[in-house]
Design a protein around this ligand. Structure first.
Ligand code: SF4
Ligand code: SF4
Length: 264
């Protein structure tokens, strides 16, 4: 009798749907995957069974509305493992930039803000439910997702990698853009996952994969100041995709405070 397939669901909260595409982008590889897993819910792929009980729920998107909050609690109750995929689900995403401001953006952006119902902050799902694994990235990659699923299918516990992007960059023998071009690369504090894509093209990394293990952001930010970046530029460097992750948020607040002090 063939082994039973893993039942999986792919859920979406507030997000752009880019991480779900990592599944569809496998092309023909998706057919191989379907030999091993059964997809119970995946709206992007045309399968709608939100209440299905599953072995693994992959959740894309941040908790930005009260509906998101209800949905993620419901997902937790029906899933043996919950895996957050992408920047939005792991740290609140780009939409978490609103957490850094006291500005009433609803009033500023919408003609009729009373029609918009959203929470004050955008947060990753681990702030609301227990999360078993996190796949970081904006978006996550096909190989990252496949590697994770294969580890589970083999019965081993997936090991998260918090390795720094610089390690990947050096392994590929790329010339360091921070050292040679004085470009404000976040590689020393960002986790690897993209294969050091931007430095390969002579560009500084702006941090799609979130903070690495033990990121020394103080030191890197001081280095950026040494390169001539203004305090507001350093603050903005850390307040991009993962602005709600604690190490990056701390740097944003540190340099934003210096900026405000200087302009007063
Ligand atoms: S280019 Fe960026 S990622 Fe590569 S070694 Fe330099 S600082 Fe690290
Ligand atoms: S910004 Fe950084 S993490 Fe994103 S693709 Fe470029 S090198 Fe990779």
């Amino acid at each position: 009798m063939p082994p039973s397939k893993l039942a999986i669901a792919i859920h979406k909260l507030t997000s752009c749907s880019g991480c779900q595409l990592a599944l569809l982008n496998q092309g023909i590889g998706l057919l191989d995957l379907l030999e091993q897993v059964e997809i119970k819910h995946f709206i992007e792929g045309g399968i709608n069974h939100f209440t299905a009980e599953v072995d693994i729920a992959f959740v894309e998107g941040s908790v930005s509305t009260s509906e998101d909050l209800e949905r993620v609690q419901h997902i937790r109750q029906r899933s043996k493992l919950v895996v957050s995929i992408g920047a939005c689900a792991t740290s609140g995403g780009i939409q978490a930039l609103r957490n850094l401001s006291d500005e009433n953006w609803l009033q500023a952006v919408y003609a009729k803000p009373e029609f918009v119902s959203s929470l004050q902050h955008s947060t990753g799902i681990a702030e609301h439910i227990k999360v078993d694994f996190e796949l970081w990235g904006c978006p996550i990659t096909v190989s990252q997702l496949n590697h994770f699923i294969q580890q589970l299918l083999l019965g081993s516990k997936p090991q998260p990698s918090g390795e720094k992007l610089c390690m990947d960059c050096k392994r590929q023998q790329q010339v360091c853009v921070l050292v040679t071009q004085q470009a404000p690369c976040l590689g020393p504090v960002v986790r690897t996952g993209c294969g050091a894509l931007c430095p390969t093209f002579g560009r500084a990394c702006y941090g799609c994969f979130g903070p690495s293990e033990q990121p020394n952001c103080d030191s890197l930010a001081n280095r950026f100041a040494g390169l001539g970046l203004m305090p507001i530029e350093i603050a903005q460097r850390f307040a991009a995709i993962h602005s709600h992750s604690p190490p990056f948020k701390d740097q944003y607040q540190r340099w934003q405070t210096i900026h405000v002090r200087e302009v007063e």
